[in-house]
Write a protein of this length. Structure first.
Length: 299
């Protein structure tokens, strides 16, 4: 797979994918819309833009490539650097196609211009939804409706006497049934209320007595918070983070897992410090002797 394919995959899961030392692809969800001129309905989608100032390596892309290709984080970072160098060389003479994401080119000021692919929709909730065009709807002319003929009272008065008596009897039976049903419901409510009151009285009458309570011990413990962490890497898979943690501990570092970042990656730290000054000194030593990609996180 090329670097463009890895970017394409991540855009379905994350709102921002940064290519180190090149730029970031940022998505913004927009709702469904309709074009009243062409009578076309468009489903919700992720609007894609490119920001050339987002070049910091947040570890998302490199970690995804490392886990997919089953290589180390450093090898994945080198792979990205080689692809970025090839892109920069191609942009001098032609545009670069980034899978189904879009195309990149240079303008007269040698600035990267991004043209998103209009047929791609990275919003997974809109999967399978397409643009729909319908013909315009014309109004239906009003239709006059003739009123029904009025039946005179004289015709209604010809109802037989036995039908009137049967109707009156049915009404009486219905009223009697409703009244009896209401009496039964009221009796059930009163029974439930009595049972509830009896249970509450039993609960109130129950007491719990401790003859010999234990003495109270007050412990005043102060712990200095270590809010400055030297990050060794960020991993999508928790097992990879745990392996990195074990590796650092074998090297003698007081390594810890400091939680997940905004992209859902588990971050592993060489060590954590209470002051920023101590953390900066340790960071300089680690960059010189262990890893140039280590960086300081204040949390």
């Amino acid at each position: 797979m090329t670097l463009a394919n890895y970017i394409n995959d991540l855009l379905y899961r994350y709102d921002c994918v940064i290519v180190p030392n090149f730029g970031g692809f940022v998505t913004n969800t927009i709702g469904a819309r309709v074009n009243t001129t062409t009578h076309t309905f468009y489903p919700p989608k992720k609007q894609l833009t490119f920001n050339a100032y987002l070049q910091h390596n947040d570890g998302l892309l490199a970690n995804y490539i490392a886990s997919t290709k089953n290589i180390s984080f450093e090898e994945a970072t080198s792979f990205i650097s080689e692809e970025v160098a090839r892109w920069n060389e191609e942009l001098k003479s032609a545009s670069v196609e980034v899978a189904s994401v879009g195309s990149l080119s240079l303008n007269e000021a040698n600035q990267v211009v991004f043209e998103p692919n209009p047929t791609s929709n990275f919003l997974t909730s809109s999967y399978g939804l397409e643009e729909v065009s319908t013909p315009s709807v014309t109004r239906v002319k009003e239709v006059s409706i003739k009123p029904l003929p009025v039946v005179s009272e004289e015709k209604n008065s010809t109802i037989p006497l036995y039908i009137k008596r049967a109707a009156a009897a049915a009404v009486f039976v219905g009223v009697a049934y409703v009244g009896w049903n209401g009496i039964q419901n009221q009796q059930q409510k009163e029974l439930l209320a009595d049972q509830k009151e009896a249970v509450e009285k039993k609960i109130q009458s129950a007491t719990f007595v401790i003859d010999n309570p234990l003495p109270t011990i007050n412990l005043n413990v102060t712990k200095e918070a270590k809010n400055f962490h030297i990050i060794a890497g960020a991993f999508q898979e928790v097992t990879n983070a745990e392996n990195k943690l074990a590796e650092l501990k074998q090297l003698g570092y007081d390594a810890t897992i400091v939680g997940k970042n905004n992209f859902g990656l588990t971050q592993v730290a060489f060590a954590s410090y209470t002051t920023k000054e101590d953390a900066r000194k340790a960071l300089e030593t680690i960059k010189e002797s262990v890893s140039e990609d280590a960086w300081l996180l204040a949390k």
